[in-house]
Design a protein around this ligand. Structure first.
Ligand SMILES: [Zn+2]
Ligand SMILES: [Zn+2]
Length: 1014
């Protein structure tokens, strides 16, 4: 019964989305109206045709104006045989006429003109139907309108093509010479499909296209019957996560916590059987014949097969390690217990096979860290959700493994998100997972320090430190306004889920804590650190933060805790690890006014075990252009520091939405080799890890607006969407009957489809959309909110909160969210299911990422309004089906280089400063924070610009012939720096002020949009 109910709900959503789309289409064409108060050519954006004379007059040879208000629609086919062709063409249209009968609504619509014409067309083409169509228009009162059918034969292509069009040939002098609600149907000519151009990995795709539309889409009714459509609709479906003829193994957290090996064995065997069936030479031979692959396509398929089998080998290796090593399998089991706890009450209790596949295929890094550090393992998540949980699984396995093998404290993983994209929701998931791990650690007597989480973000989030007394405007003291509540990060207690958390500043321990107020909860102060210095003092198991924070290694000597060991331990309880002494911290303890004295305790663990074994990078594809270039230098710096301090390198794990060029990107960023999981399957959307289902995912609708502005179309589309949902609210029985569903679904549908997203690729578009929506709608009381890069952190949180938990009354809710690319990442709301995109985003990756924000759990509806005057938008309209279904192939390789002198200017200061703070200073056992002390040190140790330049070039990998210019650049920069350092009259008070410029404060200091060249 419950299953039936769920199915009925799913069917209702699917039917409703189809109905909504129909509703918008009708609004665009005007089907539902008989009378109008305004001119129809300034209202409707679909189905209309201008008169040819108008188009010719504007510019005889300009395709652009032809697309903006076209005078023809048509269908392009490839006939299966030569001329003559006998074809049947049906033309449908209406006219809008102005009369005096109703002064309020001077315009009325004519009856339908529908004519079926037959003609035999030879190799010279034909024009026909003028007479018959003119008669038909006259008969409905439009005495001056005229239309004709033109057939052009293009015999210069590889195969002959026929272009059949209906053209509005009405004279220009009329009150309105447009015709409306046009449609063309073509039959009688058997066709052969067009073949999309062959691209790399073409073997995966169906390349055939039955027909092309001209200014329209084409519906295929049969091999020889086609009909134009005003919009182009592409329905995508959800993936399944298992693709084998038998049931999947039991991958529940519970079973894997108890006895994982048998189930993992079944999984690996299933992969092996799948590969044999789909990737073996035998299987590929057969497909080569069936799908007509050429030699190149076969060669591509062979390479892909090699990679698929290599993935299988890694899975086998992972399984063998699990069998052979008790510490690895125990860590994996404990991780499953922990994830099981953190998933309680969330509607899932098991892994998807690909998640376990990823963990198994990378787990070797635990036992062979040096070898595996050569590879960046990237999880490619285009096919389905669950990437954060996948990370967390790997990360907790590593954390338990550390505890089981003697790493009793310190950071296991540093997980970075690009810029502002770390959401509170994501942070909470990390906290929940660690709470699960901590509960398990205690229960199972695993030992070591408690597991904890650190939240290390850029300047706008949480404080770097808390001081007793403010000396600068930005200093935070225990009594600062909003303290401590404004630094709350968690949404609920990760142990008991109670939302009544309070923030407390504990003066004795000098800690800003999240405190759970639930009496039943065993955990009062939660093991979560949100102040940078607390993270350095306690080195929590997992540090989650934003990418830009890496810049702190050039500024803050205590960042050493994230690449190597701290100095010592303060004898005072709760003070934690110490770092280099400074005037404010004479014994190196970071607690202000520490009374612990100069005698510190030695580190309680071997130094070499302190650095993180994992660095994670979320949304790797965003590290491009100048941000990618700057980060590549800082990644090298982090590696260098860890290597100098501990002789080790961390494993890097990343996630990416796109596959194009990831290997080169990984090479540039990390100087490591790239591996991706899962490997794409033998057909698009299908691999062992994902299968096709019929579950609707998103309905993509491409709209090429005619004759009116994009803003007008966006407003009217939102108006139609809002109007439809308000109708449903006001007349649930009537609307549900029209949709063909039971009325009990009405509330659910209002909830899921009552908030629309309007997405602009530029801030200008977003703001224009917000402004114009208010003045250009028939529905009143639409509440609109903006989510852009300029929206404050608090506001974002408040808007997301309202979207997630909407007000009970529909009128009080947010109805439209106007968003920029800020929305594209980390926003995960089941209630966002309709989107209007203002123009095609600049990159296909952005299109994929952005549209993925709607339809996350329920069927989504996405309108892509094309700026049809632009060449790229027009091309995409024509290939919209392949564009949506094969989007990955349209993703451009990520532009990134580490060889940029402009970027070197930005990064050298941080590199030199970090080497001083973290390597020289600890080695010299004295403070090197001022020019004077560093100058002395340089003299004593023989530090020279030339030697330092060699070290900097080496750590950045500028060692080849082609890098000579960059080495020169580094040397001259260091000459200037030394010159300043040696100058007794230097103005610099601290070493960060020496030289042409100081270390970057944040990786964001580089303009993300500025192009970077070698
Ligand atoms: Zn609690
Ligand atoms: Zn202390």
């Amino acid at each position: 019964m419950i299953g039936d109910d769920r199915q009925a709900e799913a069917k209702a959503r699917e039917a409703f989305v189809t109905w909504l789309d129909r509703h918008v289409l009708v609004a665009g064409r005007g089907d539902a109206l008989d009378r109008l108060d305004v001119a129809p050519d300034r209202t409707f954006w679909l189905g209309r045709l201008a008169c040819e004379e108008d188009v010719l007059r504007q510019n005889a040879h300009d395709d652009r104006s032809e697309r903006l208000d076209p005078c023809a629609i048509g269908i392009r086919i490839r006939p299966a045989s030569g001329p003559p062709w006998s074809l049947t063409v049906t033309v449908r249209a209406r006219a809008w006429l102005k009369d005096g009968t109703d002064p309020e609504h001077p315009w009325h619509k004519s009856d339908l003109v529908e004519q079926t014409l037959s003609a035999t067309v030879g190799s010279e083409g034909a024009v026909f139907g003028q007479h018959q169509l003119r008669g038909a228009f006259s008969a409905v009162g439009a005495i001056d309108l005229s239309t004709e059918v033109r057939v052009e034969v293009e015999d210069w292509h590889e195969a002959t093509e026929l272009v059949v069009q209906m053209v509005n040939t009405s004279p220009k002098r009329l009150v309105d010479s447009h015709i409306y609600e046009t449609q063309l149907e073509l039959g009688g000519v058997p066709t052969i499909p067009f073949q999309l151009e062959s691209l790399p990995d073409s073997f995966r795709y169906d390349r055939s296209v039955p027909a092309y539309g001209i200014n329209v889409g084409v519906e295929v009714l049969a091999n020889d019957r086609f009909r134009t459509s005003d919009t182009i609709t592409v329905q995508t479906t959800r993936s399944g996560y298992w693709n084998a003829p038998y049931d999947p193994p039991d991958l529940s957290f519970e079973t894997l916590a108890k006895d994982p090996l048998p189930e993992l064995g079944v999984l690996v065997e299933a992969v092996s059987a799948y590969h044999e069936a789909h990737w073996s030479a035998f299987a590929l031979d057969r497909r080569q014949i069936d799908d007509g692959w050429d030699v190149n396509m076969r060669a591509e398929a062979d390479i892909a097969a090699g990679e698929a089998f290599a993935e299988l080998d890694r899975l086998r290796t992972g399984l063998q390690i699990m069998r052979a090593r008790d510490d690895v399998s125990r860590a994996f089991q404990l991780m499953n217990s922990a994830i099981g706890l953190s998933a309680r009450g969330r509607g899932y209790s098991a892994w998807r096979p690909f998640q376990i596949g990823f963990i198994l295929s990378t787990i070797r890094f635990l036992v062979e860290p040096d070898e595996e550090a050569d590879y960046v393992d990237t999880i490619w998540f285009a096919t389905g959700g669950g990437k954060t949980e996948t990370y967390l699984g790997l990360l907790l396995t590593a954390a338990f493994f550390d505890r089981l093998t003697g790493k009793t404290m310190g950071v296991t993983a540093w997980s970075r998100f690009p810029l502002r994209l770390l959401s509170l929701q994501q942070t909470q998931r990390f906290a929940d997972a660690l709470a699960g791990a901590e509960t398990v650690r205690r229960r199972e007597d695993v030992g070591g320090r408690p597991f904890a989480l650190g939240f290390l973000v850029g300047d706008r989030g949480t404080p770097n430190k808390i001081v007793p007394q403010a000396e600068n405007v930005n200093d935070v003291t225990p009594d600062s306004p909003g303290m401590p509540e404004r630094f709350r990060v968690l949404l609920h207690c990760p142990f008991c889920r109670d939302e009544n958390l309070i923030m407390k500043f504990d003066r004795e321990r000098w800690i800003l804590a999240h405190v759970c107020t639930n009496d039943e909860c065993n955990w009062t102060a939660l093991p979560v650190y949100v102040v940078d210095q607390e993270i350095f003092r306690f080195l929590p198991t997992v540090v989650v933060g934003t990418l830009d924070k890496a810049a702190s290694v050039g500024l803050q000597q205590a960042m050493r805790g994230l690449v190597g060991p701290p100095r010592r331990l303060c004898p005072m309880r709760w003070h934690g690890f110490t770092y280099a002494p400074r005037s404010k911290a004479p014994n190196g303890c970071l607690v202000p006014g520490c009374q612990g004295g100069p005698v510190l305790k030695p580190l309680p663990m071997a130094k070499g075990r302190f650095p993180p074994s994992l660095r994670l990078q979320d949304e790797l594809h965003l590290l491009r252009d100048s941000l990618g270039a700057v980060d590549s230098h800082y990644e090298s710096l982090l590696d260098h520091l860890q290597n100098e301090l501990c002789g080790s390198r961390p494993k890097i794990i990343a996630s990416s939405a796109t596959l194009t060029g990831y290997d080169r990107q990984v090479d540039v960023l990390y100087r490591r080799r790239a591996r991706v999981f899962p490997q794409p399957g033998p057909r698009v959307g299908e691999s062992f890890w994902s299968s096709r289902t019929d579950d609707p995912l998103r309905r993509f609708v491409a709209v090429a607006p005619r004759g009116v502005t994009l803003e007008h179309v966006s407003d009217r589309t939102l108006d139609a969407l809002q109007g439809a949902v308000r109708d449903l609210l006001a007349n649930p029985s009537a609307v549900c009957a029209e949709v063909g569903i039971d009325r009990r679904h009405a509330d659910m549908l209002v909830n899921l489809y009552g908030t629309n997203v309007v997405y602009g690729t530029t801030l200008y578009d977003v703001e224009a959309a917000s402004r114009s929506l208010g003045n250009n709608t028939t529905v009143t009381g639409i509440t609109i909110e903006q989510l852009t890069g300029g929206t404050g952190f608090d506001e974002v949180r408040a808007i997301l909160e309202r979207l997630e938990n909407p007000e009970p009354a529909f009128d009080d809710r947010i109805h439209v969210v106007a968003a920029s690319s800020m929305l594209s990442h980390g926003v995960d709301l089941d209630r966002l299911n309709t989107m209007v995109m203002l123009g095609l985003p600049l990159t296909t990756a952005e299109f994929i990422q952005t549209t993925a924000r709607v339809g996350r759990r329920f069927p989504g509806l996405v309108y892509t309004l094309l700026k049809i005057g632009r060449e790229r938008d027009a091309r995409t309209f024509q290939h919209f089906g392949p564009y949506v279904r094969q989007g990955d192939r349209f993703v451009d390789a990520i532009p990134i280089t580490r060889r940029s002198r402009r970027v070197l200017d930005l990064t050298i200061p941080g590199i030199v400063a970090a080497r001083t703070l973290m390597i020289r200073e600890p080695a010299s056992e004295r403070a090197l924070s001022t020019p004077r002390t560093l100058r002395e040190y340089a003299r004593e140790t023989g530090m020279t610009p030339a030697k330092e330049a060699v070290a900097v070039a080496e750590l950045l990998g500028f060692e080849g012939e082609e890098d000579a210019l960059h080495r020169d650049h580094i040397r001259s920069w260091l000459n200037a720096w030394f010159h300043d350092l040696e100058d007794p009259a230097t103005r610099a008070k601290f070493i960060s002020q020496v030289g042409p410029r100081g270390p970057m404060m944040s990786l964001r200091d580089v303009e993300a949009s500025a192009p970077i060249h070698d």
